[in-house]
Write a protein that binds this ligand. Sequence first.
Ligand SMILES: *Cc1c(COP(=O)(O)O)cnc(C)c1O
Length: 397
Amino acid sequence: MPGFELFGDKERNELNDVLDNGVLMRYGFDGMRNGHWKAKELELELENQLQVKHAQLVSSGTAAVSVALASAGIGSGDEVIMPTFTFVASFEAIMMLGAVPILVDIDDTLTLDPKAVKAAITPKTKAIMPVHMCGSMANMDALQAICKEHHLLLIEDSSQATGATYNGKPLGSIGDLGCLSLDFVKIITAGEGGAVLTNNEKFHTHADHFSDHGHDHKGNDRGAETHPFLGYNFRISELHAAVGLAQLRRLDEFVAIQKKNYTIFREGLSTIPEVTFRTVPIGGEESYSFLSFFLPNLETTRKASAALKEAGVDACFHYYDNSWHYIREWQHLKKLKTLYPLSQEVKDGLDYLQTKTFEQSDHYIGRNISCLIKLSWTEAEVKVRLEKMVEAIKNSL
Ligand SMILES: *Cc1c(COP(=O)(O)O)cnc(C)c1O
Protein backbone atom coordinates (compact mmCIF):
# COMPACT_ATOMS: atom_id res chain seq x y z
CA MET A 1 0.00 0.00 0.00
CA PRO A 2 -0.55 2.47 -1.56
CA GLY A 3 -1.43 1.37 -5.09
CA PHE A 4 -0.18 4.64 -6.55
CA GLU A 5 3.36 3.41 -6.09
CA LEU A 6 2.82 1.10 -9.04
CA PHE A 7 0.84 3.47 -11.28
CA GLY A 8 1.85 2.72 -14.88
CA ASP A 9 0.81 1.77 -18.40
CA LYS A 10 -2.21 -0.29 -17.35
CA GLU A 11 -3.74 2.68 -15.54
CA ARG A 12 -2.76 5.05 -18.37
CA ASN A 13 -4.40 2.84 -21.02
CA GLU A 14 -7.73 2.70 -19.18
CA LEU A 15 -7.62 6.44 -18.67
CA ASN A 16 -6.85 7.06 -22.34
CA ASP A 17 -9.97 5.11 -23.34
CA VAL A 18 -11.99 7.72 -21.47
CA LEU A 19 -10.02 10.66 -22.79
CA ASP A 20 -10.38 9.42 -26.38
CA ASN A 21 -14.12 10.02 -26.41
CA GLY A 22 -14.36 12.59 -23.64
CA VAL A 23 -17.35 11.13 -21.78
CA LEU A 24 -16.19 11.80 -18.24
CA MET A 25 -19.54 11.02 -16.65
CA ARG A 26 -20.60 7.53 -15.67
CA TYR A 27 -24.27 7.82 -16.68
CA GLY A 28 -25.82 8.60 -20.06
CA PHE A 29 -24.20 9.81 -23.31
CA ASP A 30 -24.51 6.27 -24.66
CA GLY A 31 -23.91 7.28 -28.29
CA MET A 32 -20.70 9.19 -27.63
CA ARG A 33 -18.88 6.82 -25.35
CA ASN A 34 -17.75 4.23 -27.84
CA GLY A 35 -18.65 1.36 -25.55
CA HIS A 36 -16.64 2.62 -22.58
CA TRP A 37 -18.40 2.26 -19.23
CA LYS A 38 -15.51 2.33 -16.78
CA ALA A 39 -17.60 2.75 -13.62
CA LYS A 40 -19.86 -0.15 -14.62
CA GLU A 41 -16.85 -2.30 -15.46
CA LEU A 42 -15.22 -1.48 -12.15
CA GLU A 43 -18.42 -2.39 -10.30
CA LEU A 44 -18.48 -5.78 -12.05
CA GLU A 45 -14.81 -6.33 -11.23
CA LEU A 46 -15.47 -5.45 -7.56
CA GLU A 47 -18.40 -7.87 -7.47
CA ASN A 48 -16.21 -10.64 -8.92
CA GLN A 49 -13.12 -10.04 -6.86
CA LEU A 50 -14.84 -9.28 -3.58
CA GLN A 51 -17.49 -11.99 -4.07
CA VAL A 52 -20.51 -9.81 -3.48
CA LYS A 53 -23.72 -9.43 -5.48
CA HIS A 54 -23.69 -5.65 -5.80
CA ALA A 55 -21.08 -2.93 -5.80
CA GLN A 56 -22.06 0.74 -6.08
CA LEU A 57 -19.24 3.15 -6.78
CA VAL A 58 -19.33 6.56 -5.14
CA SER A 59 -17.09 9.60 -4.89
CA SER A 60 -15.13 8.66 -1.76
CA GLY A 61 -14.86 6.17 1.06
CA THR A 62 -16.50 8.68 3.38
CA ALA A 63 -19.41 8.95 0.93
CA ALA A 64 -19.55 5.13 0.82
CA VAL A 65 -20.17 5.02 4.58
CA SER A 66 -22.87 7.71 4.43
CA VAL A 67 -24.54 6.08 1.41
CA ALA A 68 -24.40 2.64 3.06
CA LEU A 69 -26.03 3.94 6.24
CA ALA A 70 -28.66 5.91 4.32
CA SER A 71 -29.42 2.89 2.13
CA ALA A 72 -30.19 0.91 5.27
CA GLY A 73 -32.48 3.68 6.52
CA ILE A 74 -30.24 5.01 9.28
CA GLY A 75 -30.68 8.66 10.22
CA SER A 76 -32.06 11.00 12.85
CA GLY A 77 -32.46 9.43 16.29
CA ASP A 78 -30.35 6.38 15.46
CA GLU A 79 -27.09 5.30 17.07
CA VAL A 80 -24.24 3.60 15.24
CA ILE A 81 -21.55 1.82 17.25
CA MET A 82 -18.02 2.40 15.94
CA PRO A 83 -14.47 2.03 17.29
CA THR A 84 -12.26 4.64 18.97
CA PHE A 85 -9.47 3.74 16.55
CA THR A 86 -10.47 4.53 12.98
CA PHE A 87 -10.29 7.45 10.59
CA VAL A 88 -12.31 10.63 11.23
CA ALA A 89 -14.46 9.67 8.22
CA SER A 90 -16.36 7.16 10.37
CA PHE A 91 -18.03 9.67 12.66
CA GLU A 92 -18.28 12.31 9.91
CA ALA A 93 -20.29 9.94 7.73
CA ILE A 94 -22.63 9.02 10.59
CA MET A 95 -23.18 12.61 11.68
CA MET A 96 -23.89 13.76 8.13
CA LEU A 97 -27.14 11.81 8.32
CA GLY A 98 -28.07 13.25 11.69
CA ALA A 99 -27.32 9.95 13.43
CA VAL A 100 -25.14 9.61 16.52
CA PRO A 101 -21.77 7.83 16.54
CA ILE A 102 -21.23 5.79 19.71
CA LEU A 103 -17.52 5.22 20.15
CA VAL A 104 -16.45 2.08 21.97
CA ASP A 105 -13.17 0.44 22.94
CA ILE A 106 -10.96 -1.66 20.74
CA ASP A 107 -9.05 -4.76 21.86
CA ASP A 108 -5.74 -6.35 20.84
CA THR A 109 -7.06 -6.85 17.29
CA LEU A 110 -6.95 -3.01 17.06
CA THR A 111 -10.60 -3.18 16.06
CA LEU A 112 -13.97 -3.28 17.88
CA ASP A 113 -14.02 -5.24 21.12
CA PRO A 114 -17.22 -7.35 21.01
CA LYS A 115 -17.65 -7.01 24.80
CA ALA A 116 -17.51 -3.21 24.58
CA VAL A 117 -19.97 -3.33 21.68
CA LYS A 118 -22.45 -5.36 23.69
CA ALA A 119 -22.24 -2.96 26.62
CA ALA A 120 -22.98 0.03 24.36
CA ILE A 121 -26.22 -1.26 22.82
CA THR A 122 -29.31 0.84 23.62
CA PRO A 123 -32.84 0.87 22.17
CA LYS A 124 -31.57 3.51 19.70
CA THR A 125 -28.77 1.34 18.30
CA LYS A 126 -29.34 0.48 14.63
CA ALA A 127 -25.97 -0.69 13.39
CA ILE A 128 -22.54 -1.89 14.40
CA MET A 129 -19.74 -0.61 12.22
CA PRO A 130 -16.41 -2.38 12.63
CA VAL A 131 -13.48 -0.65 10.94
CA HIS A 132 -10.88 -3.10 9.71
CA MET A 133 -7.85 -0.97 10.45
CA CYS A 134 -4.37 -1.38 9.00
CA GLY A 135 -5.05 -4.43 6.87
CA SER A 136 -6.59 -6.71 9.50
CA MET A 137 -10.05 -7.30 10.88
CA ALA A 138 -12.55 -7.36 13.69
CA ASN A 139 -13.86 -10.64 15.08
CA MET A 140 -16.70 -10.90 12.60
CA ASP A 141 -18.23 -14.10 14.02
CA ALA A 142 -18.62 -12.45 17.42
CA LEU A 143 -20.04 -9.25 15.93
CA GLN A 144 -22.42 -11.15 13.67
CA ALA A 145 -23.74 -13.07 16.67
CA ILE A 146 -24.37 -9.80 18.54
CA CYS A 147 -26.13 -8.31 15.51
CA LYS A 148 -28.33 -11.37 15.18
CA GLU A 149 -29.26 -11.39 18.84
CA HIS A 150 -30.13 -7.67 18.92
CA HIS A 151 -31.49 -7.34 15.34
CA LEU A 152 -28.83 -4.87 14.30
CA LEU A 153 -27.18 -4.20 10.96
CA LEU A 154 -23.51 -5.02 10.47
CA ILE A 155 -21.76 -2.46 8.29
CA GLU A 156 -18.07 -3.01 7.55
CA ASP A 157 -15.66 -0.21 6.82
CA SER A 158 -12.94 -2.11 5.01
CA SER A 159 -11.29 0.95 3.48
CA GLN A 160 -7.93 -0.12 4.89
CA ALA A 161 -8.28 -3.84 4.37
CA THR A 162 -9.16 -4.48 0.73
CA GLY A 163 -7.55 -7.81 -0.09
CA ALA A 164 -7.89 -9.28 3.42
CA THR A 165 -10.21 -12.24 4.06
CA TYR A 166 -12.11 -13.77 6.98
CA ASN A 167 -13.07 -17.45 6.82
CA GLY A 168 -12.15 -17.26 3.15
CA LYS A 169 -14.45 -14.32 2.40
CA PRO A 170 -13.17 -10.91 1.32
CA LEU A 171 -13.66 -8.22 3.95
CA GLY A 172 -16.46 -5.89 2.97
CA SER A 173 -18.59 -8.78 1.69
CA ILE A 174 -19.47 -10.25 5.09
CA GLY A 175 -21.75 -7.69 6.75
CA ASP A 176 -25.12 -6.41 5.51
CA LEU A 177 -23.15 -3.67 3.81
CA GLY A 178 -19.45 -3.04 3.22
CA CYS A 179 -17.61 0.18 2.44
CA LEU A 180 -14.36 0.67 0.53
CA SER A 181 -12.19 3.67 -0.11
CA LEU A 182 -10.28 4.13 -3.37
CA ASP A 183 -8.56 7.32 -2.24
CA PHE A 184 -4.97 8.13 -3.15
CA VAL A 185 -3.31 6.28 -0.26
CA LYS A 186 -5.30 3.05 -0.32
CA ILE A 187 -4.15 -0.29 -1.73
CA ILE A 188 -6.36 0.18 -4.79
CA THR A 189 -6.54 3.81 -5.76
CA ALA A 190 -8.73 5.70 -8.20
CA GLY A 191 -7.33 9.05 -7.05
CA GLU A 192 -10.61 9.55 -5.20
CA GLY A 193 -13.49 7.13 -4.92
CA GLY A 194 -15.28 4.57 -2.82
CA ALA A 195 -17.73 1.70 -3.07
CA VAL A 196 -20.71 0.29 -1.22
CA LEU A 197 -20.88 -3.51 -1.29
CA THR A 198 -23.95 -5.55 -0.46
CA ASN A 199 -25.79 -8.79 -1.19
CA ASN A 200 -29.08 -7.05 -0.38
CA GLU A 201 -31.01 -6.05 -3.50
CA LYS A 202 -32.96 -3.29 -1.78
CA PHE A 203 -29.92 -1.68 -0.19
CA HIS A 204 -28.19 -1.74 -3.55
CA THR A 205 -31.08 -0.03 -5.32
CA HIS A 206 -31.13 2.57 -2.56
CA ALA A 207 -27.38 3.16 -2.87
CA ASP A 208 -27.62 3.41 -6.66
CA HIS A 209 -30.38 6.03 -6.56
CA PHE A 210 -29.30 7.93 -3.44
CA SER A 211 -25.78 8.54 -4.76
CA ASP A 212 -27.21 10.20 -7.89
CA HIS A 213 -29.94 12.62 -6.74
CA GLY A 214 -32.49 9.85 -6.39
CA HIS A 215 -32.43 9.03 -10.14
CA ASP A 216 -34.03 5.65 -10.84
CA HIS A 217 -31.60 4.91 -13.73
CA LYS A 218 -34.34 3.37 -15.84
CA GLY A 219 -34.25 3.71 -19.64
CA ASN A 220 -31.70 5.82 -21.46
CA ASP A 221 -33.13 9.32 -21.17
CA ARG A 222 -31.70 10.75 -17.99
CA GLY A 223 -34.00 13.76 -18.16
CA ALA A 224 -37.08 11.54 -18.17
CA GLU A 225 -36.11 9.44 -15.15
CA THR A 226 -38.22 9.54 -12.02
CA HIS A 227 -36.97 10.05 -8.46
CA PRO A 228 -38.53 7.61 -6.01
CA PHE A 229 -36.84 9.42 -3.10
CA LEU A 230 -34.43 12.26 -2.35
CA GLY A 231 -30.74 11.82 -2.92
CA TYR A 232 -27.46 13.68 -3.27
CA ASN A 233 -24.56 13.63 -5.67
CA PHE A 234 -21.90 11.16 -4.61
CA ARG A 235 -21.06 10.02 -8.15
CA ILE A 236 -17.64 8.82 -9.23
CA SER A 237 -16.30 10.08 -12.58
CA GLU A 238 -15.23 7.85 -15.46
CA LEU A 239 -11.69 9.19 -15.10
CA HIS A 240 -11.43 7.95 -11.54
CA ALA A 241 -13.17 4.68 -12.31
CA ALA A 242 -10.76 3.98 -15.19
CA VAL A 243 -7.75 4.23 -12.89
CA GLY A 244 -9.50 2.17 -10.21
CA LEU A 245 -10.31 -0.54 -12.77
CA ALA A 246 -6.69 -1.00 -13.80
CA GLN A 247 -5.63 -0.99 -10.16
CA LEU A 248 -8.23 -3.48 -8.95
CA ARG A 249 -7.08 -5.99 -11.56
CA ARG A 250 -3.71 -5.86 -9.76
CA LEU A 251 -5.07 -6.56 -6.28
CA ASP A 252 -3.61 -10.09 -6.02
CA GLU A 253 -0.25 -8.84 -7.26
CA PHE A 254 -0.26 -6.02 -4.68
CA VAL A 255 -1.24 -8.30 -1.78
CA ALA A 256 1.49 -10.80 -2.74
CA ILE A 257 4.16 -8.07 -2.71
CA GLN A 258 2.91 -6.82 0.65
CA LYS A 259 2.91 -10.33 2.10
CA LYS A 260 6.50 -10.88 1.00
CA ASN A 261 7.72 -7.62 2.55
CA TYR A 262 5.58 -7.98 5.67
CA THR A 263 6.96 -11.46 6.33
CA ILE A 264 10.55 -10.22 6.26
CA PHE A 265 9.73 -7.46 8.78
CA ARG A 266 7.71 -9.75 10.99
CA GLU A 267 10.40 -12.40 11.18
CA GLY A 268 13.02 -9.76 11.90
CA LEU A 269 11.05 -8.02 14.66
CA SER A 270 10.12 -11.37 16.22
CA THR A 271 13.73 -11.65 17.39
CA ILE A 272 13.03 -8.87 19.93
CA PRO A 273 11.33 -10.54 22.92
CA GLU A 274 9.54 -7.34 24.01
CA VAL A 275 7.76 -7.00 20.63
CA THR A 276 4.34 -8.65 20.32
CA PHE A 277 1.99 -8.49 17.36
CA ARG A 278 -1.65 -7.56 16.97
CA THR A 279 -4.09 -10.44 17.24
CA VAL A 280 -5.67 -11.51 13.97
CA PRO A 281 -9.03 -13.24 14.65
CA ILE A 282 -9.10 -16.98 13.94
CA GLY A 283 -9.99 -17.53 10.28
CA GLY A 284 -8.60 -14.15 9.27
CA GLU A 285 -5.91 -13.40 6.72
CA GLU A 286 -4.51 -9.89 6.60
CA SER A 287 -3.94 -7.83 3.45
CA TYR A 288 -0.43 -7.26 4.81
CA SER A 289 -0.65 -3.54 4.12
CA PHE A 290 0.70 -2.74 7.61
CA LEU A 291 2.73 -4.53 10.23
CA SER A 292 1.22 -3.63 13.61
CA PHE A 293 3.02 -4.47 16.83
CA PHE A 294 3.01 -3.63 20.53
CA LEU A 295 5.83 -2.55 22.83
CA PRO A 296 5.76 -2.94 26.63
CA ASN A 297 4.42 0.50 27.59
CA LEU A 298 3.58 4.03 26.41
CA GLU A 299 6.97 5.43 27.29
CA THR A 300 9.01 2.90 25.30
CA THR A 301 6.59 3.22 22.41
CA ARG A 302 6.99 7.01 22.30
CA LYS A 303 10.76 6.56 22.44
CA ALA A 304 10.73 3.94 19.70
CA SER A 305 8.48 6.08 17.52
CA ALA A 306 10.92 9.00 17.80
CA ALA A 307 13.92 6.74 17.25
CA LEU A 308 12.37 5.29 14.09
CA LYS A 309 11.82 8.78 12.70
CA GLU A 310 15.35 9.77 13.62
CA ALA A 311 16.72 6.71 11.81
CA GLY A 312 14.83 7.73 8.67
CA VAL A 313 12.25 4.93 8.94
CA ASP A 314 9.18 6.74 7.62
CA ALA A 315 5.50 5.66 7.65
CA CYS A 316 5.55 4.03 11.09
CA PHE A 317 2.64 5.43 13.05
CA HIS A 318 2.12 5.78 16.79
CA TYR A 319 -1.55 6.72 16.67
CA TYR A 320 -1.81 7.65 20.33
CA ASP A 321 -0.55 11.18 19.68
CA ASN A 322 -2.15 11.48 16.24
CA SER A 323 -5.21 13.60 15.52
CA TRP A 324 -6.53 11.67 12.49
CA HIS A 325 -7.05 8.18 13.71
CA TYR A 326 -7.65 8.07 17.43
CA ILE A 327 -10.24 9.60 19.77
CA ARG A 328 -7.66 11.10 22.15
CA GLU A 329 -6.86 14.11 19.97
CA TRP A 330 -10.23 14.57 18.27
CA GLN A 331 -10.83 17.94 19.92
CA HIS A 332 -13.04 19.15 17.06
CA LEU A 333 -15.40 16.24 17.69
CA LYS A 334 -15.36 16.47 21.47
CA LYS A 335 -16.02 20.23 21.32
CA LEU A 336 -18.56 19.82 18.50
CA LYS A 337 -16.90 22.46 16.34
CA THR A 338 -19.27 22.58 13.37
CA LEU A 339 -19.77 25.36 10.84
CA TYR A 340 -23.52 25.03 11.19
CA PRO A 341 -25.88 24.34 14.09
CA LEU A 342 -26.22 20.68 15.03
CA SER A 343 -29.58 19.27 16.00
CA GLN A 344 -30.24 19.09 19.74
CA GLU A 345 -30.64 15.35 19.32
CA VAL A 346 -27.09 14.92 18.00
CA LYS A 347 -25.69 17.29 20.66
CA ASP A 348 -27.40 15.33 23.41
CA GLY A 349 -26.36 12.06 21.81
CA LEU A 350 -22.69 13.08 21.85
CA ASP A 351 -22.70 14.43 25.38
CA TYR A 352 -21.06 11.23 26.63
CA LEU A 353 -17.80 12.32 24.99
CA GLN A 354 -17.35 15.00 27.68
CA THR A 355 -16.78 12.41 30.38
CA LYS A 356 -16.19 9.01 28.85
CA THR A 357 -12.67 7.61 29.03
CA PHE A 358 -11.26 4.79 26.97
CA GLU A 359 -8.60 3.16 29.15
CA GLN A 360 -8.67 -0.11 27.25
CA SER A 361 -8.15 1.61 23.90
CA ASP A 362 -5.40 3.78 25.42
CA HIS A 363 -3.74 0.62 26.67
CA TYR A 364 -3.50 -0.82 23.15
CA ILE A 365 -3.03 2.31 21.04
CA GLY A 366 -0.51 3.71 23.53
CA ARG A 367 1.71 0.67 22.96
CA ASN A 368 1.05 0.18 19.25
CA ILE A 369 3.17 1.11 16.26
CA SER A 370 1.83 0.33 12.78
CA CYS A 371 4.27 0.41 9.88
CA LEU A 372 3.05 0.80 6.32
CA ILE A 373 4.24 -1.89 3.93
CA LYS A 374 5.14 -0.35 0.60
CA LEU A 375 4.84 -1.96 -2.81
CA SER A 376 7.84 -0.32 -4.41
CA TRP A 377 10.59 -1.47 -2.04
CA THR A 378 13.29 -3.81 -3.29
CA GLU A 379 14.24 -6.73 -1.08
CA ALA A 380 17.54 -4.99 -0.31
CA GLU A 381 15.66 -1.85 0.81
CA VAL A 382 13.41 -3.94 3.02
CA LYS A 383 16.42 -5.52 4.70
CA VAL A 384 18.18 -2.19 5.33
CA ARG A 385 14.96 -0.79 6.74
CA LEU A 386 14.48 -3.80 8.98
CA GLU A 387 17.99 -3.43 10.41
CA LYS A 388 17.29 0.21 11.25
CA MET A 389 13.97 -0.75 12.85
CA VAL A 390 15.47 -3.45 15.02
CA GLU A 391 18.19 -1.10 16.22
CA ALA A 392 15.81 1.81 16.91
CA ILE A 393 13.41 -0.42 18.86
CA LYS A 394 16.12 -2.19 20.87
CA ASN A 395 17.65 1.14 21.84
CA SER A 396 14.28 2.34 23.13
CA LEU A 397 13.67 -0.54 25.51
C1 LIG B 1 -9.54 6.30 4.00
C2 LIG B 1 -10.57 5.86 4.95
C3 LIG B 1 -11.92 6.26 4.85
C4 LIG B 1 -12.41 7.34 3.95
O1 LIG B 1 -12.00 7.30 2.69
P1 LIG B 1 -11.95 8.59 1.74
O2 LIG B 1 -12.01 7.91 0.43
O3 LIG B 1 -10.63 9.26 1.98
O4 LIG B 1 -13.11 9.44 2.02
C5 LIG B 1 -12.85 5.72 5.71
N1 LIG B 1 -12.48 4.85 6.66
C6 LIG B 1 -11.19 4.47 6.81
C7 LIG B 1 -10.86 3.49 7.88
C8 LIG B 1 -10.21 4.97 5.99
O5 LIG B 1 -8.94 4.61 6.16
